[in-house]
Design a protein around this ligand. Sequence first.
Ligand SMILES: [Zn+2]
Ligand SMILES: [Zn+2]
Length: 357
Amino acid sequence: MKEIFEKITDRCLCGSREKYANCCKGKINPNGNESIHKEFMAELDTRRRNYRKICLHPKGDECSEIKSHAHSISQKAVLDLIAEHGNVLMPVVYGITNEFQMKPMGIESKATKLYCFCSKHDGIFCDIDKRSVHINEYSFFLYAYRSFAATYYKVIRELDCFAKLNQKYDCNFNPYAILMNVQIQNSMPALEWNKKKFDDSILTNKYDCLENICLTLHYKVYFAVSTCFNLMFDIFGNRINHSEYDLRMVYISVIPQEQQTLIIFSWFKEDDALYGFLKEQLEIVPTRYVLKYLNNLIPLNCENMTVGPVLWNNWSADAQNEFLELGSGHLINENVKNNSYSYFEKRAFNLFEHIST
Ligand SMILES: [Zn+2]
Ligand SMILES: [Zn+2]
């Protein structure tokens, strides 16, 4: 027994299955001192920013040479509507500690874009890249697929950045980073399963794999979202159970238009057993109740959202801080997402504020 215990504890935490002495021992301690830590974080951010350009489209052999840089939220159709002097605010997560800030960014700047399609295949989104989108099965599919692609790209980028940094640094000193990395690795098969569902639809030109619900608000909101995640609580606060490392995701888009706003929920029909009740809930619950729920749900999963300065500046300092706290709280402490009250608390900020300009 003692021998087995020693064998396990011998192993390096980085996941290599090697003995620590033969693996990370002797590499730089990223927390060694303040300047090394800063260097480590700067290197991580640079690696994220300069991550390679890819195309996720399943017809990889038909890709164009040019890898385009698209927004995961359409610039023409959406960002231009909420920007002020060409700027929007985006949550930016810094370093391994996941420090979180709202950063003003030019919508033309590279920083707001992701390189996950070639210029040819980015064209599949043209139906939702225009004003007054025609809502049908295909456009619902495109909204969901775009949020998936952004998520997928960020996940493989994180894995790659971690692997690169781990060659130089001893991440045993940073158990949080290791834990995150192991969790991501373990979720990869589930993520690939989702990718295959989208790929199959594109390859067979059949887009009926999703269940979709669209709510319309008769005014324009000043933020946009394109996101996907495992939904933990339904609209009534009932817990939804997921198997460990499984990714049965709900795809949520909030799309402001000139005179109205679309709120789209989608999930794979195969996951109806898990989410089918949502359809009924969304039909019977008053819209203001759905908005209250989303007002908490979105910041808890805000990796891909954009806020218009008009809305942000309309909030009090308290409201802004509360939003940031909720947004970063869940990154630091998973439990925030696991408590139903996180989803129903009254907040000082209201994403869905009706602003007349
Ligand atoms: Zn190691
Ligand atoms: Zn391509």
